[in-house]
Write a new protein. Structure first.
Length: 295
């Protein structure tokens, strides 16, 4: 016991320094989660809890046709998978090109990073103008080429695709920067040794560079999946979930239930479900990442 007390006296200073940080994390992260869990079991009148109703909110979300949870989940998955399928390969191609010794490399890097600097609101407004059926540049270009005007945001067949392309344009720089940094960290000796062994550029990329940055790519998948699954602003400005609920993703439904219709208990419950889905997505990716690192 005396030894423990003496060790504590000698080493207690670091604990004094980290205690405020730990308390702050508890207050900022865990207390809101606990409060949200409690609020999801309450009936609310606007923002005021008025009574305990147990799991009724959860049951209502899965059974209420007005909420239509599974349709929103389907839209969320389409949005996430579609965005990832375009963003990651596109960002990888740009990262490979920018990693080469080309003229005006700094200029091109600045241009390609620009969409990430623009706010979500500004990006959505820019693309809503581009997509406009009456005076948008894309509509004018189609007419010049002899095609009919397309209602990019007003047709259920094109709305989700249009939203996905806007999202890809806004977020590909994030993936590109991480991939470029990973490519630049590869020792040049490995590349030169591969060339000496007779490997061409494609073989070097797929057999040397790509395996070395696969962990970075998987981390990008994790980060972008979480980002896309919780995207609200871009979709809200472009389509507000329409037309015919074709872009009504879960994150947008959570926002609207909470701040449009003032059904706080329903919005919080949806938020908890999204939180659980985010955890499951992260665990899935981490498990895949662990398997690949063991190979």
């Amino acid at each position: 016991m005396k030894n423990i007390k003496s060790i504590w006296r000698k080493n207690r200073l670091p604990y004094y320094f980290i205690t405020p940080v730990v308390v702050l994390i508890l207050l900022v992260i865990f207390l809101p989660i606990i409060y949200a869990l409690w609020l999801s079991t309450q009936k609310t009148d606007f923002t005021t809890p008025i009574g305990f109703i147990g799991l009724h909110n959860y049951i209502n979300i899965f059974t209420d046709p007005d909420i239509n949870f599974f349709n929103s989940l389907k839209s969320s998955l389409q949005f996430v998978v579609g965005s990832l399928a375009i963003t990651v390969p596109f960002a990888l191609i740009l990262a490979v090109l920018l990693n080469k010794n080309i003229k005006y490399k700094a200029f091109f890097r600045s241009i390609f990073v620009l969409p990430w600097v623009i706010s979500q609101v500004a990006a959505a407004l820019i693309w809503s103008w581009l997509y406009n059926t009456n005076y948008g540049p894309l509509t004018y270009l189609l007419q010049v080429l002899g095609f009919k005007a397309i209602k990019f945001l007003g047709d259920p067949n094109y709305a989700m695709i249009s939203v996905i392309f806007t999202n890809v344009w806004r977020t590909y720089p994030f993936a590109m920067i991480l991939m470029l940094a990973a490519l630049q960290s590869i020792p040049e000796e490995l590349v030169e040794a591969s060339r000496v062994d007779g490997a061409n550029s494609l073989q070097i990329f797929f057999r040397v560079k790509l395996p070395l940055i696969q962990n970075v790519i998987m981390n990008i998948f994790i980060l972008l999946s979480l980002l896309y699954f919780n995207t609200v602003t871009v979709i809200l400005i472009l389509t507000e979930g329409g037309p015919l609920n074709s872009t009504y993703v879960l994150a947008l439904k959570t926002f609207k239930e909470s701040f449009f219709y003032w059904k706080f208990s329903t919005g919080v419950t949806l938020g908890i479900i999204i939180f659980i889905i985010n955890i499951l997505i992260s665990l899935l990716y981490i498990k895949i990442l662990g398997r690949e690192s063991d190979i």
